[in-house]
Design a protein around this ligand. Structure first.
Ligand SMILES: NC(=O)c1ccc[n+]([C@@H]2O[C@H](COP(=O)([O-])OP(=O)(O)OC[C@H]3O[C@@H](n4cnc5c(N)ncnc54)[C@H](O)[C@@H]3O)[C@@H](O)[C@H]2O)c1
Length: 395
């Protein structure tokens, strides 16, 4: 394919949308991708108005059905190269399936779907078509998440014994859904969010961070999914004790009632030889603790290829860091890194070459399925008051 920028279509993004905007900014980060079209709102008239008022020119559509149909009929070079789905959870499955059937790659927000069955259907369709599909687990896109994964896999920490992976927020500590706050209204509505609020919304991020950094899977769960705000229908506090595939134990926990916590996602990995600690609110560094030695702080942009302590650090990993240390990266850079890696796979796919989509650069449709399997298994455990329940076999 020519070297033109990839053309991206947004599904969702009108009227006060949140996550559509970090995505659209990150899409434009490198000049090699651009948003050119959008189906931005459920009401067709408003969708077209919102597109006409978008900060730069895009082709507006009244619905994602119209957008996908119109795009599928265009010659391949003029067609959207991928769509980004940034709608509430109940509007992930249908547009994703329709885009896949039109042979358009998909980058979808998490949680992948509202049921495990829908997630399995998406996995089958992606495998049948061998088409790029990414799930937007933002925090894998931090360079320090990549680096943490490298350190754990290098064996420096020894065998993993214990992992604490958490995502704590305080914004739903009061009944914001009754105050008409858009993001609170759909997240706490089982028809729109699925069977879990806190677990699906942010517990899946904590799970993905654990799986990505350690390479381990959750095999069994003992879950408590609690509702602290009176009158709410879905969990706002989610605590899961887990058994991992190497026999280690872990806590995957999330909360939306913890005053003072904003987007406090973090991970602590404890091995037989040492511990690694990282927090996304302070994403430029990670800390390694080895017993009897001073703590070591590694900063993105200041890691040497011949590190005296870690040994050789792969050039491919170092090259993913784009600015020197002290010129801080954050949330938007993480999104951009995911889109950059997805772009590389889309370009290879369009050129008929093999592409990786192997989970090392962004979460895959199988990772999205695993998030849904985790939530459904936790729901079962919760109904047994935290009794242990095994996760289903990998799809
Ligand atoms: N990766 C992350 O860090 C992250 C952060 C926040 C939200 N999310 C996920 O992103 C998704 C959206 O969350 P949000 O907070 O941006 O929600 P939001 O309510 O702010 O925005 C949702 C957007 O979808 C649009 N929409 C709804 N139905 C539609 C339809 N049928 N057709 C077209 N547009 C439609 C709405 O008009 C709105 O523009 C959710 O799945 C959420 O879990 C992910």
């Amino acid at each position: 394919m020519s070297n033109r920028p990839l053309n991206v279509g947004l599904i969702g993004g009108g009227k006060g949308a949140f996550i559509a905007h970090p995505h659209q900014r990150a899409i434009h980060f490198d000049g090699t991708r651009r948003v050119v079209a959008g189906a931005l709102f459920p009401d067709p008239k408003i969708a077209l108005e919102e597109a006409a008022n978008w900060p730069y020119p895009i082709k507006g559509y009244g619905s994602y059905d119209d957008m996908i149909k119109a795009q599928a009929s265009l010659p391949e070079e003029e067609r959207l190269d991928y769509v980004v789905i940034v709608t509430p959870n109940h509007v992930h499955f249908d547009p994703a399936m329709k885009a896949l059937k039109a042979n358009i790659p998909v980058f979808c927000e998490k949680p992948l779907t509202v049921t495990l069955k829908e997630a399995a259907t998406l996995v089958k369709e992606v495998r049948k078509r061998k088409i790029p599909f990414g799930v937007s687990h933002t925090y894998l896109g931090h360079w320090t998440s990549r680096f943490s994964r490298f350190i754990v896999r290098s064996g420096l920490l020894g065998d993993i014994r214990w992992v604490d992976s958490y995502y704590l927020q305080g914004w739903l500590a009061t009944k914001l859904e009754d105050a008409g706050v858009q993001g609170a209204s759909w997240r706490t509505n089982p028809k729109l969010a699925g069977a879990s609020c806190c677990g699906g919304d942010i517990g899946t991020h904590a799970l993905m961070q654990l799986r990505y950094v350690t390479g381990l899977d959750v095999t069994k769960v003992s879950a408590q999914m609690e509702i602290f705000v009176p009158g709410r229908k879905l969990d706002d506090h989610f605590t899961v004790y887990c058994e991992l595939s190497n026999g280690a134990k872990a806590m995957v926990r999330a909360s939306q009632i913890c005053h003072g916590h904003k987007n406090d996602l973090g991970i602590e990995i404890v091995g037989t030889k040492g511990t690694l600690r990282w927090r996304q609110e302070d994403p430029e560094c990670l800390i390694i603790h080895l017993p009897g030695q001073p703590d070591r702080v590694y900063w993105r942009g200041a890691v040497s290829p011949k590190d005296g302590f870690l040994g050789d650090v792969p050039q491919e990993l170092l090259a993913e860091s784009l600015t020197p240390s002290g010129h801080p990266e954050a949330f938007h850079d993480a999104f951009a890194r995911l889109h950059r890696c997805f772009e590389a796979d889309v370009r290879k796919w369009k050129a008929g070459k093999s592409f990786s989509c192997d989970g090392s650069k962004y979460a895959t449709v199988e990772d999205g399925w695993m998030g849904m399997a985790f939530i459904e298994t936790c729901l079962k455990s919760n109904t047994k008051n935290g009794g242990w329940v095994s996760m289903p076999k990998k799809i």
